[in-house]
Design a binder for this molecule. Structure first.
Ligand SMILES: Cc1cc2nc3c(=O)[nH]c(=O)nc-3n(C[C@H](O)[C@H](O)[C@H](O)COP(=O)(O)OP(=O)(O)OC[C@H]3O[C@@H](n4cnc5c(N)ncnc54)[C@H](O)[C@@H]3O)c2cc1C
Length: 453
């Protein structure tokens, strides 16, 4: 397949992935290369299957119904008006020929419509995917918590479980399964998703007269001996106790052994059925990175330099979850895969590309981790920032203020503030719109297909 060169003699910068690193790098280039972009001397192409960047720290609030899901994403075409946006999956990176292969949006998996795009400079910002294990039943019954689609699905799914329990008052087995929710992996994503969804479900129970909120069983299963390592051991322990006080079971040093047909088997010997299994037990670099000809470390991350170029390649840059970036504040270690580093790395990466184009000196990336904030449901939170340890409503306010300030675009900041303000006056929506996933069901029935087909 010949490669496409659609940029004439202009320098072509291709950014694969339009998430934190991809979008913020492109924003930086838009700002710093304004004249070059206008004169057509430089072209920036951002490739992502989605037409939006997801602000992941707000996904738990979107799942809980505190935020409208559309408001936690930033539309790439609107934000990156001077860049080219290409929607499609990058299926291959081949630096030897300086090309990436893209399966455009809507193309089938045969590869017949694949396009090979040439580049002068490449930014690899594909992030990470859930790190799963070959546990029987996990692939069939489990769901991750990384995308806005998963957040919306889980919200609908949890509310639907309440509908199932309420509609089967005489069947204890069905009720117990529907009202059992298991999360595996107690990092940011797992703890926040569990805490927010439990809070929402408990709130929703008031509208289900035949469900007592204490009938629900919410459980966190964690392989190590602690939860939420991001906020440090002391605040992690406090979070564990706060969750237990809410009736949430926290099982430490416990493994999920099997989940076949939703029958959960744990390493402590417990066995039970659960209608919901959420897997948030860590992430690994995107598989396209593993299949590329870029240098990788033992964990499958791209070997990046402190200047955020790829080791041995002056024209390829990498940062964020898919890269091993040396941590200059902690000799011998690498920066953690989180938004705090991703945003800051994108800024330095963008500046270093500009420096390279102008023959100037690159700058190294150096940022000391300032700590973390996490939301544990409405008016509940935990924070450890610059050594300041907060819990409860103060930490929750800090979580909201911090993430609002980081949310890209003024438009989204206003919409989120409006969502929160409305929530002060009206109760949360408790409608499950799960049928949105099967919009043609009603029409197919009307058009004569059998209901069970
Ligand atoms: C629920 C949740 C809550 C979190 N909360 C926090 C928090 O409070 N604080 C914090 O610091 N961090 C938090 N994080 C972590 C943080 O969001 C990530 O570290 C950050 O998103 C990493 O940025 P990235 O650019 O490397 O990857 P991403 O932001 O994931 O971007 C990767 C991009 O690549 C695109 N992509 C995927 N496959 C392809 C393909 N084949 N071709 C082209 N593009 C592709 C994706 O669509 C995506 O846009 C949270 C994560 C989650 C899941």
């Amino acid at each position: 397949m010949p490669s496409e060169r659609t940029t004439g003699s202009a320098q072509h910068i291709v950014i694969v992935g339009g998430g934190y690193v991809g979008m913020y790098t492109a924003l930086r280039l838009q700002k710093k290369l304004r004249s070059e972009l206008r004169r057509g001397e430089v072209v920036v192409t951002v490739i992502d299957p989605q037409s939006y960047m997801t602000y992941q720290p707000f996904l738990p609030e979107a799942a809980a119904g505190n935020l409208e899901p559309r408001h936690v994403v930033a539309p790439l075409r609107r934000v990156l008006g001077r860049c080219r946006i290409m929607n499609g999956f990058v299926t291959r990176i081949e630096d030897a020929s300086r090309t990436v292969t893209v399966r455009p949006a809507g193309a089938d998996s045969t590869g017949a419509a694949d396009r090979r795009i040439g580049y002068d400079l490449l930014v690899v910002a594909l992030g990470s995917v859930s790190r799963t294990l070959p546990i029987p039943g996990l692939a069939e019954c489990g769901i991750g918590f990384k995308t806005v689609e998963e957040a919306i699905f889980l919200r609908n799914h949890v509310l639907h479980q309440l509908d199932i329990a309420a509609s089967n008052p005489g069947d204890e087995k069905i009720r117990r399964r529907a009202l059992t929710f298991v999360f595996v992996g107690a990092g940011f994503a797992g703890i926040e998703a569990l805490a927010e969804l439990e809070d929402m479900a408990r709130d929703a129970c008031r509208w289900y007269p035949n469900i007592d909120a204490d009938e629900m069983r919410w459980m966190m299963v964690e392989a190590t001996g602690r939860i939420l390592p991001e906020v440090g051991p002391e605040m992690g322990r406090w979070t564990e106790e706060a969750l237990r006080r809410r009736g949430i079971e926290v099982k430490l040093e416990t493994l999920l052994k099997s989940a076949e047909k939703r029958q959960i088997v744990l390493s402590d010997g417990e066995e039970f059925e659960a209608g919901t299994l959420v897997w948030t037990a860590g992430v690994k670099p995107h598989p396209v990175v593993g299949d590329s000809d870029l240098p990788l470390d033992a964990k499958g991350r791209i070997k990046a330099t402190v200047e955020l170029t790829v080791e041995g390649l002056e024209h390829v840059y990498a940062a964020g979850d898919n890269a091993a970036v040396p941590d200059l504040t902690d000799t011998g270690d690498f920066t953690a895969p989180n938004a705090q580093h991703a945003v800051r790395q994108a800024k330095v990466l963008g500046d270093n590309i500009v420096a390279d184009l102008r023959g100037k000196t690159r700058k190294p990336y150096k940022h000391a981790y300032v700590g973390s904030v996490a939301s544990l449901g409405l008016h509940k939170g935990v924070a450890n920032v610059y050594g300041l340890k907060l819990r409860g409503v103060l930490a929750w306010l800090m979580h909201r203020t911090y993430h609002l300030s980081r949310m890209p675009t003024v438009n989204r900041k206003f919409r989120i503030t409006a969502d929160w303000t409305l929530a002060l006056f009206f109760r949360r929506e408790i409608v499950s719109l799960g049928e949105l996933e099967w919009p043609r069901q009603e029409f197919e029935l009307a058009a004569g297909r059998r209901q069970d087909t």
